[in-house]
Write a protein that binds this ligand. Sequence first.
Ligand code: NAD
Length: 473
Amino acid sequence: MSEIKEAYSLFKDVCKVVDLAATYSDIHPGLLSQIKECNSVYKFHFPLRNEDGTYEVLKGYRVQHSHHKLPVKGGIRYSSFVDEEEVKGLAALMTYKCALVNIPYGGAKGGVNIDPNKYTVPQLERITRRYTAELIKKNFIGPAIDVPAPDYGTGAREMAWIVDTYEAFNPNSINAKGCVTGKPLSQHGIEGRTEATGMGVYIGIREAVSVKEDMDALGLTTGLEGKRVIVQGLGNVGYHSAKFLAEAGAIIIGIAEYNGGIWDEGGIDVEALKAYQLINRGFKGYPKGLFVENSVEMLTYPCDILVPAALENVITAENAGRIQAKIIGEAANGPVTQEAAQILIAKNIFVIPDMYLNAGGVTVSYFEWLKNLSRVSFGKLEKRYDMKKYDALLAVIEKATGDTFTAEQKDLIVRGASERDLVNSGLEETMVTAYHHMNNFRKEKGIKTLRIAAFSVALERIAISYMDLGIFP
Ligand code: NAD
């Protein structure tokens, strides 16, 4: 197993896709080489003292893939699979993702090679604070330089430890809160971050099914109403994706978890199933629908839209030929292997790529960073002003027309935007604009897949920012 792992390089795989995408644009070969390389790779070791007095030496990484825009941005992963090639590959993917959705960051990624489940909370705190100190020593973290976020094995708790450590080392930095995103609200996080990725997934799929020409080619009608959806993984991303898709009229007919799935052609009540899962640690015994023991097979059940939202490499050469969905929305990172992707093309299955579809998380992280730099929550200054202005406007209209607005109408018009409203508005704008830009580019250039179109759009943007500096022709 470890031999296979050593041979495989995510970074090299990403570079191959970039080379393919580059054939659709006119980028100088020297510039392409520069774009593909990682600008800075920091690999380090640090000791952890265990409760019994023994020591372990842990391996940490932070890779800054591209400095074409600063700061760089990307998560920190705690996993026993973390190695240099994986962190480099993930950092590169962040560069292309940010460029695609037009978020002004270069890409980065970090990690510590540990299985976080094997450590106590105090140990994890010591690891996180020491990892942060190592980054500070080499200038690999800071609101203007490199801004981490959560990834596998880390969450808001770790981000709180990181910002606290950074502030302790930089007491005079007024922008210190912006050194990391994904923080708890009490530590200057942002409303709407938890559901951001799932909401982005919903918006991306909604935009994809709104294009008549594309739906005609798949034999589908436009719109989400009545579309039959299967979701894999009812965690953060899967739950929010399913919830928003159902609210928009889609019918969630299957939800697969690692320990069994639920199948219900009549439509699953996502909230009820999630509540059941939280209590029972799975779906077994859920009173509605059919319990499916072999939940992996659910990926191949008939549906209009399949949303893998759990983990990577779940649609492979083994099962791709049996997939019956017309659209696959890659909510998870890397759910479709490269061999499977070729099979899906031959079967005319439309894949909305992860690089685009799960970009809601980094988009709202960007808003959190902006909030931290301005030190004021979104909407705080203008909310009451807007409410008074619209109230006065309604009074003028009522007087002029003799009509009166109902309390609900007044509330809808007069209500000033909250932080969550503004975050969701910015997220929607980002996802909608990026989708149509990527899809139109695909059609203009005669590119077969949205994934290659996504990389091509990203490459062009990065190339322009280098060329505008006069470094490359
Ligand atoms: P999560 O841990 O909250 O949820 C994952 C869910 O998948 C869990 O409920 C887990 O039980 C389930 N699962 C695990 N193995 C499974 C299997 N074999 N079959 C079916 N279900 C299985 O994680 P998440 O934050 O929802 O992330 C899911 C994916 O989305 C990951 O690929 C992650 O990298 C990607 N992603 C997440 C975010 C984010 O903001 N959370 C952003 C971008 C990408």
